[in-house]
Design a protein around this ligand. Structure first.
Ligand SMILES: Cc1cc2nc3c(=O)[nH]c(=O)nc-3n(C[C@H](O)[C@H](O)[C@H](O)COP(=O)(O)O)c2cc1C
Length: 215
């Protein structure tokens, strides 16, 4: 009994930091059969730059993360978006009011990487700092086969931009399906954001994507 208590306490300590910050956000299973018909979602896809501060539900976050860059063929470790030579170097970060999280597609959960509100680093436009969610598409060049950060070439970056395009379009269509507003963005101080998120020199911010309800 005492052992069980200690184990439970340890698990709680791992799950919650000293500030009460959740270390992981467990996402409900994505709804893979629901949503809007594809052609209707394409018809409704658009960019918007006006967001209310209303939070998304966990189910919406789950659906969006999975649609963007989840595994749709788990056995083969393949995803909802293609990637050049199946390197899968892209990582999806989710910046919320309380912290920045990495999407762990295998476990379908969000893992805290940095506490605090980093939304103002996510882009140079005002709405970015107040919208509830920013997806940040980051290339982990180690996964692209790069051995030293100084070996990252413009071709690596260009390839990751192409890979990100597919992911971002998935996000656009999922937002249309969920009745959410969004805009993909390149206008970011990428170095400042990489530093604020505490990313390694192998990690390169490619694009951001602001998501929320309309005003
Ligand atoms: C690679 C890329 C970068 C973009 N960067 C920004 C940006 O930094 N800020 C912004 O407000 N919109 C940005 N956009 C959104 C475009 O402005 C938008 O897609 C375009 O005006 C067409 O509108 P639509 O998406 O509603 O069709 C970007 C789009 C793409 C594809």
């Amino acid at each position: 009994m005492k052992k069980l208590f200690l184990l439970t306490t340890a698990a709680l300590m791992i799950a919650v930091s000293a500030f009460g910050q959740a270390q992981t956000i467990k996402l409900p299973a994505p709804d893979k059969t629901g949503g809007m018909p594809l052609m209707q979602a394409m018809n409704e896809r658009h960019s918007s730059r006006e967001f209310s501060q209303k939070e998304l539900s966990k189910q919406q976050l789950s659906n969006l993360c999975w649609a963007a860059w989840g595994f749709n063929r788990s056995d083969a470790k393949k995803r909802t978006a293609p990637s050049s030579m199946n390197k899968q170097e892209m990582e999806l970060y989710v910046v919320l009011k309380d912290g920045a999280y990495r999407y762990n597609a295998e476990a379908h959960k969000l893992e805290l990487i940095k506490e605090g509100d980093l939304r103002s680093y996510c882009g140079k436009q005002d709405f970015v700092a107040t919208a509830p969610v920013n997806f940040i598409y980051v290339a982990n060049m180690k996964k692209a086969g790069v051995e030293k950060p100084e070996d990252i070439t413009p071709t690596h970056i260009a390839t990751s931009h192409a890979n990100t395009g597919f992911i971002a379009q998935n996000t656009y269509l999922a937002c249309a399906s969920e009745g959410l507003e969004c805009v993909v963005r390149a206008w970011i101080d990428k170095e400042a954001l990489e530093n604020a998120m505490g990313l390694s020199p192998f990690h390169k911010v490619i694009l951001g994507h602001t998501i929320g309800y309309g005003e």
